[in-house]
Design a protein around this ligand. Structure first.
Ligand code: ADP
Length: 548
């Protein structure tokens, strides 16, 4: 018989984060730009009281443990309260991306069978349009106060967030339950087919929170003022709403206002020191700051991920603005952080250029994540910085199974099962620095949002003049990647570029429509008849999309 440890067995619960913040950093501010147009300020102690009131309100609406509470909302304090109020009371906070095509939103809400849907005021028209297609929703809650509630709406029994909270006294004790209970749900469309849900547990989230705040990870502290630009519907804003509570720092949320000027003003007025976002948002911010001859007075560090950080962006932030860039790699299936480019004492002894090359890689795995690269037969490849293969991961916050699906996504490495295939292709060097070199999954990442190449190909193929269609990513200075459609016409057909692009209108979100079409005689195929994307990507490597 093993000798058991004799320490308290306190479950790792989301509620403990906000309880801690309220008790130990109660007066530390949370600042939000509201969709209503003004700035809202309060603190962690007040946030916790309101999260408790929300838990009571959700309970009164009939929500029971495990029920999904959907959100369609930007970064703001009410969204934060749903994170804690829902998860803390045993419900599941399901963040839905409002930028998706409406049909996709409805599909995801239906797949998750959300019982409640909370949404920001400016998304009311979208929700009204989708409501008839979301039969599982019993309660629609508009995240605003009574004064801003719409006077007429087609939504049945529309509820007001503030009115619901006002009706509760906040005398609520956060319940204790198994730390493996689900706390939040996030869908990824980063793979083929329909979106898939990653259902995080309280335990996995707490462990991710501990690890991601470490000095060699995001290096967050109570001395920071943190502004997550990354949306709360993108893998829980990379965990920052949790880490900020754990360390008890000031949290600033920009609402839907992500243009350069709005962000700059918020950074300055709130004295933001640390931020996080995909490369595209920094390009917008930097060009505003440069165009107006401005400087940052408090901004010191940012984590950039979601797409490869262009070296030029990293250099500008570092050299021109003194902002340290932490390049990170992660994904929805990883809660999301997997690797970060941080240097050790040994590497700080290297020449500057060698250091820079390392910083540009996606970086080293943090404790809690193990990684490997493998060939197509599942054999491990060497960590020599040269061999590239499928990137596999496993760890405390790596998905084991997709929500509602029975087939296991996991694969074996050298015959040992239990590895998650990321769909990324990478090298790893002898010091453990990983670098993404390609992607085996058929998707394009534009400004941090996915575009499914297969979906675009299916639409193109539905055109009567199209013989075959393939969509590949082309690099784009602003959006990182944009879709290029490669088409073979049916014999005798006279399809034009304009007619082809027009065909996408109304069939997919506008920002997902390919930037350009090239007509070719033939699309290359593998021996098994699959389109050779790699070869196409090679061929159009230097293709200049219109407007660049
Ligand atoms: P996230 O919201 O963190 O971007 P997703 O699940 O939407 O998570 O996307 C994960 C995918 O994005 C990765 O598998 C990879 O293809 C790409 N990605 C994320 N970070 C990086 C990075 N730093 N460099 C290159 N690709 C990245």
């Amino acid at each position: 018989m093993a000798l058991m440890g004799q320490m308290m067995a306190m479950p790792l619960l989301i509620s403990s984060l906000i309880k801690h913040a309220a008790r130990h950093a109660g007066e530390t501010e949370i600042v939000s730009k509201r969709v209503e147009g003004d700035v809202h300020r309060y603190n962690w102690a007040q946030a916790e009281v309101r999260a408790r009131q929300l838990a009571q309100a959700l309970n009164r609406l009939g929500c029971r443990p495990g029920d999904r509470v959907g959100t369609l909302a930007w970064n703001g304090y009410r969204h934060l309260e749903i994170y804690y109020g829902a998860a803390g009371s045993g419900l599941v906070c399901h963040t839905v991306n409002p930028r998706l095509f409406p049909e996709q939103i409805a599909w995801i809400v239906n797949d998750a069978r959300d019982r409640v849907l909370c949404f920001d005021l400016n998304l009311l028209p979208l929700v009204e349009k989708l409501a008839p297609e979301m039969p599982s929703i019993q309660h629609f809650i508009c995240m605003t106060d009574a004064a801003h509630m719409p006077s007429t709406t087609s939504l049945p029994g529309l509820l007001c967030f503030e009115t619901l909270l006002d009706a509760e006294d906040g005398h609520y004790v956060w319940p204790e339950f198994d730390e493996n209970t689900a706390c939040s749900l996030c869908y990824t469309s980063g793979t083929t087919g329909n979106p898939k849900g990653a259902l995080y547990s309280h335990r996995s989230t707490l462990l991710h929170t501990y690890a991601s705040a470490l000095p060699d990870a995001l290096d967050c502290s109570a001395r920071d003022v943190i502004l997550p630009v990354v949306p709360m519907f993108h893998v829980n804003a990379w965990g920052l709403p949790y880490s900020c509570a754990m360390i008890g720092c000031k949290l600033v949320m920009p609402g839907p206002f992500l243009d350069g000027q709005s962000l700059y003003e918020l950074f300055e007025t709130e004295r933001v020191t640390f931020s996080a976002g995909v490369p595209t948002v920094w390009l917008g911010l930097i060009s505003y700051v440069k165009a107006n001859g401005l400087k940052f007075s408090s901004f010191k560090r940012t984590v950039i991920g979601g797409s490869a950080c262009p070296p030029a962006l990293m250099k500008t932030l570092q050299d021109d603005f003194g902002v340290e860039v932490i390049h990170a790699w992660g994904m929805t299936e990883l809660s999301p952080i997997g690797t970060l480019s941080r240097l050790s004492a040994k590497q700080l002894g290297l020449p500057k250029e060698a250091q820079q090359r390392l910083l540009e890689k996606q970086g080293k795995a943090i404790f809690g994540i193990d990684m490997a690269i493998a060939d197509d037969d599942g054999r491990a490849l060497p960590w020599d910085g040269e061999a590239f293969g499928n990137l596999l991961v496993r760890g405390h916050w790596v998905i084991d199974q997709y929500y509602g699906l029975t087939a296991s996504p996991l694969v074996a490495l050298d015959g040992e099962p239990g590895w998650f295939p990321t769909g990324d292709v990478a090298t790893i060097d002898a010091d453990g620095f990983m670098q993404i070199t390609d992607r085996s999954k058929d998707v394009i990442k534009s400004g941090g949002e996915w575009i499914s190449s297969i979906e675009l190909e299916n639409i193109a193929m539905a055109h009567p003049d199209v013989q075959e269609a393939a969509v590949i990513a082309c690099t784009h200075p602003k959006w990182d990647e944009r879709p290029l459609l490669v088409v073979t016409r049916k014999p005798g057909a006279a399809l034009t570029r304009e007619a082809m692009l027009e065909f996408f209108e109304g069939r997919i979100a506008k920002w997902q429509i390919p930037d350009d079409v090239v007509f070719v005689e033939e699309i290359p195929h593998t021996a098994t008849g699959k389109i050779q994307k790699l070869q196409l990507r090679q061929r159009f490597k230097d293709y200049r999309l219109p407007g660049i």
